[in-house]
Each structure stands twice: as structure tokens, then as C-alpha cells.
Design a binder for this molecule. Structure first.
Ligand code: MN
Length: 205
């Protein structure tokens, strides 16, 4: 599932994997409506405009991301392509039936890496709340060792050769309508009620 949205331009906004009120009350339909319907859609629209008529239009989304990462003259394309990818991955990292315990195989790897699921969640919460400004917190598999990382703005584990398992969006637009400045409350509610361990386990296969 981390190999998502492949295929060349025009890139499409994938449907949400649940109804827009399915994550309420942790994430309201109002937040989801703006976040998916405006923010995510705008990244898709901008990417299509930026790559139209260029060689990049023939590439998959992942190929655009890896071929533009770190290139000063391609920052706009990288940012929009990465944000398209990140948001699709984020929607799938959440589930109306999320929270609880990870599947057994993933749970064992989490215990090996962190000691317990609780410590892993705490590290994710710390990464999410200490990311200064906009960005993302991630559980990744790096050379078959699980770890938690944070990235700024649109950056993502694909540029670091790491395999992402799940993510939490900590841009203000992800929580401000529901939580205002209380990012920690949003992050802890997501980790307790929505985080999709099954998706993370599938990505680790
Ligand atoms: Mn976002």
C-alpha cells in the first residue's frame, strides 16, 4: 500500500477510504471536508498544472517525488507531489475502527524496537508535538528496524530510503478547526482512537 497512486498524469484525488463523518468526534466532518476536499485536492490540481507538458508527466507519483527531491528548481513540484502522496497515506493511516492493539506480527516488532506499544505511541506523540511548524510524524521501517521520525513541511521517508508504515499529519489545517492550538490533544486522540495498525502491518510486509 505504500506504493500508492502510481500511473502518470493527470494524477487523481483518490476517494476517502471512509465517509467524511466517520472519524467524528476525533476528526470532524468539517475538518475532513476542508482537509480532503480543499487541501488535498489543491495539491493534486497544482501538481497536474506544474507537470503538464513536461517529461515528469510520464512518471509515477513516487518517481516524481524521488527525482525532484532536493532540487532547487523543482521545489514546487516536489512539494505538491509529496503532499499528494502524504495525504493519501494519512487517510489510510486512520480508521473509524482504529486504535487498540497492532496485529501480532507488528506488535512483536514494535516491542523489539520500543519495548512496548505504549512507548511506541509515546514516541509518535513526542515526534508529532515537537515538529516545529508544519510536518508529519511517521512510524517507519529502516533496514528492518522500526523507528519513529518526524519530517518538515512536505518531506517524507521515501527521500531517506525508509519504508513508511503510518503517518500523522501535524499541519495546523489537520486539527485547528477541532482543537485550535491543542496539537497534543489531536495527536493523542488519533493514537488512541483512529490509528490504523492493520495498515501499518500491511505496509511492513
Ligand atoms: Mn494536511
Amino acid at each position: 500500500m505504500s506504493n500508492q497512486n502510481t500511473g502518470s498524469a493527470p494524477y487523481v484525488l483518490p476517494p476517502l477510504p471512509y465517509a467524511d463523518n466517520a472519524l467524528d468526534p476525533v476528526i470532524s466532518a468539517n475538518t475532513l471536508g476542508f482537509h480532503y476536499g480543499k487541501h488535498h485536492k489543491t495539491y493534486v490540481d497544482n501538481l497536474n498544472k506544474l507537470v503538464a507538458g513536461t517529461d515528469l508527466a510520464d512518471l509515477s507519483l513516487e518517481e516524481i517525488i524521488t527525482s525532484t527531491a532536493g532540487k532547487a528548481d523543482k521545489v514546487g513540484i516536489f512539494n505538491n507531489a509529496a503532499q499528494v502522496w502524504n495525504h493519501t497515506f494519512y487517510w489510510n493511516s486512520l480508521s473509524p475502527k482504529g486504535g487498540g492493539e497492532p496485529p501480532a506480527s507488528l506488535k512483536q516488532k514494535i516491542e523489539t524496537a520500543f519495548g512496548s506499544v505504549e512507548v511506541c505511541k509515546k514516541e509518535l506523540a513526542t515526534a508529532a508535538t515537537t515538529q516545529f511548524g508544519s510536518g508529519w510524524a511517521w512510524l517507519v521501517n529502516d533496514g528492518d528496524k522500526l523507528q519513529v521520525i518526524k519530517t518538515g513541511n512536505a518531506d517524507l521517508p521515501l527521500t531517506k530510503g525508509m519504508k513508511p508504515l503510518l503517518t500523522i499529519d501535524v499541519w495546523e489545517h489537520a486539527y485547528y478547526l477541532d482543537y485550535q492550538n491543542r496539537r497534543a490533544d489531536y495527536v493523542n486522540a488519533v493514537l488512541d482512537k483512529l490509528i490504523n495498525w492493520g495498515f501499518a502491518a500491511d505496509n511492513d510486509k
